[in-house]
Structures are given as structure tokens and as C-alpha cells.
Design a protein around this ligand. Sequence first.
Ligand SMILES: Cc1cc2nc3c(=O)[nH]c(=O)nc-3n(C[C@H](O)[C@H](O)[C@H](O)COP(=O)(O)O)c2cc1C
Length: 401
Amino acid sequence: MSTRRKDADRPPSIPAEQPQREPNLADDVGLTGGTRQSTYAAMRQPRGVARILRNLRLILTGRAGVDRLLMRMGARSGLVASAYYLLFSQAFRREHLAVLSGRVRYSAQVHQPQPGSPLLRRNIHRLEKGLLMVPRRRVFATDYVSETVVCFEKILESRGFLTEADTELRWAHDVLQAYFDAAERDPRTDTARIRFQELAQRFEANPTPLVPCKRRSQEPPPVTFDRLIALARRRRSVRWFVQGPVPRELINRAMKVAAQSPSACNRQPFVFRVLDEEELLRKAVSIPMGTAGYGHNIPMLIVVVGQLRNYFSERDRHLIYIDACLAAMAFALALETLGLSSCFINCPDTEEFETSMAELLTLDSDERPIMCIAVGYADPAGLIANSSKKPLNQLLRYNCE
Ligand SMILES: Cc1cc2nc3c(=O)[nH]c(=O)nc-3n(C[C@H](O)[C@H](O)[C@H](O)COP(=O)(O)O)c2cc1C
């Protein structure tokens, strides 16, 4: 297969991920060579220019000094920290906005639930946990089973009829059925029980209901440890790709593996946005800083987007990152089994990055880009980094070792 890299003789340089310089507080007070050098440069300027530059530097230095003081105070007091981020830094503004937008969307979907409803998925998950508890309580879920049945009914009504793709509704139905079969009658759940029985008539009996079951643990695992570690070692960040389309069929298959990943309360609060249309792809690839130097040869970019609409409280806001990354890793390993390679690319939490990505992909206000994944067939001529891994004694600690 031919490659589209312009200069084939050019050794594939692998640039630093974040070509951004770390802010150094020493710079602010003129302690580093960089600041001194600019002082000498200013001395060579005509007097007026030198004075302006000096004043500018004093202003900047003064602000940095105040900033540093507030940072130190804020590091000791939650109140000052909040004031700091309200008055002096906008760094969390987008996160605040997205979290609140997510909570608003969450409330809205409680009244008008859609397939994928976080309330339904979370509550069905909670019912399943109740069913598998040992010992199982005779009465449980009294505080949320009614809202679950209402949510189930609303989605059912909006769908009109069931198709094979409605696994979620089938799962909800089967678990609710198992719950009402198992739980003792209770006045707090009677109305929900009657309503569910009416709704359940629309479902044919499922010979293999989607409910808690015993694991088939007698069977050996389908993959041995040696094969798994070989696969893990085979996956390396690939930044040089053969040019040409990446079959969507393979992406769909890898996504099936990713979909099996765990997620908090089984909400799966993310969507993988796959970009393979040339114009869109090129624009998207140019947004993250971490694609510098090799972005032009990425044949497909996936932007993993977290959806904060899955949470009624900000306490869960980090779950979008955790759940999406668990799925992304499974996805990357699955790609390897299909002959494709990948490289994760950082999504910096900056105004510039997030606004550009949100505009390009018309993201909703509660949607946050979490990471990008470059995908393609590895160019056999391209190098990969050695990326030596830490030894176990740096990664593992048993108890309080
Ligand atoms: C969250 C995350 C962000 C990353 N961001 C970038 C990036 O912006 N640019 C890049 O070239 N590589 C990026 N990488 C790839 C890492 O550099 C790479 O995973 C690491 O050096 C280990 O190498 P390996 O993946 O080959 O094992 C990122 C990886 C992760 C997990």
C-alpha cells in the first residue's frame, strides 16, 4: 500500500505530546535565563521602547506575584480557592457550565426519557444488584421502583413497538419482571406492580431472560494470560499510518468490545465520534496540540465525548472520564486484534481546544471531549517509541508497604 507521507526519507519524528512550555513561577520573578535574556534584549531597544517593555514586565510580574500569593492561600482554604477561581481564573468555567447543563438535561429526561435514559439504566442496574444480594432482602427498591416503571412506560410509549435493537427495554422488562416475582408485596410498590403487569403483556416471554444469572465459571477463559500480555505488548502508540480508508466495519467490531467495558451504574456516558470524511478529519486533527508533526497522516480520528447529562449530581462528574477511558482501552486492544493500530491523543482542558472541537462536532453544552484516538493501519516503515514501562515495584503496593 502506498503512503501519502510527503518526504519518505524524512525520519519520522515523534514530537513531544504537549509542545507547550510548563509555566514556571521562577520566570515571573525574573530568576530564569529566559527572563534575563529578554532584559538584555530590551536594553538594546531605544529608550522609549525599553521603558514600555520594563513597565509591561513590572505589571506582569506584579500580577504573577499576586497570583502566586493567592494560589498559596487558596491551597490552604476552600473559600479562598473558590474565590480565586471565581475572580482570577476561568479555568473551571467550562466544566461548571457543562456540569450544570448536564444536570438540567438529566432533569429534563426524567420527564421525557429517551432510549439510553440514565435513570432507567441506573435503576435497572440497582434492581439487578438487589436481586443478586446474599441474602436477598424480601422487600427492596421501594424508593425507586415506581419511578423506574414510569420511566420504562414512557420510553415504551415513545418507541411504539419493540424491535430487536431494543435490548435495553427488553433488559428493563426482564429485570422488572424478576424483581416483582421476587420481592414481597408492599403497599409502597403496589401501584407500580399493577402498572408493570399491564405493560408486561406487550412482551413475549423471553426463553433466556436478561436477568442476574450464574456465571459459567467452569469454562476456561477464552484467552490465556500469555496471549493477553502478548496483545498488550503488541499495542503501542502508532503515529505513522498507511494512507487509505479505515473500514468502518472494523471500527464497529472494535466498538462491540469497548461496549463490554464496565461503567458506573452501567450508564456508558460517552459516545465515540468517528471522523473519516477528509475535510472534517483534517480540521479535527489540527485541533489537539498533541498531533503536531504527524497529524497530517492520520487516516481516521475518533473523538471520545463524555455526556454529563447522565448525572443528577456533580459528585459523579468524573465518571465520564473513567468510564470512557475503560472503554477506550478495550477499543484499542480490539483494534489490534483486527490488524489496526491507534494512538491516544490528549484533549487539553482549554477554552481554545474545547470551543474548536465543540463547534466542529456541534457538541451539546454538557458534552466534553475526553480524548482523541488516531486509528489506521500502521505504516511498516514508521517507528514506534520504545515506551519502556515502569517495574512492578513502582506500580504496585500491597497494603501499607
Ligand atoms: C491520555 C493520553 C493522552 C495522550 N496524548 C498523546 C498526544 O497528545 N500525542 C501523542 O503523540 N501521544 C499521546 N499519547 C500516547 C502516549 O505518549 C503513549 O501512550 C505513551 O508514551 C506510552 O506509549 P505506548 O502507548 O506505545 O505504550 C497519549 C496517551 C494517553 C493515554
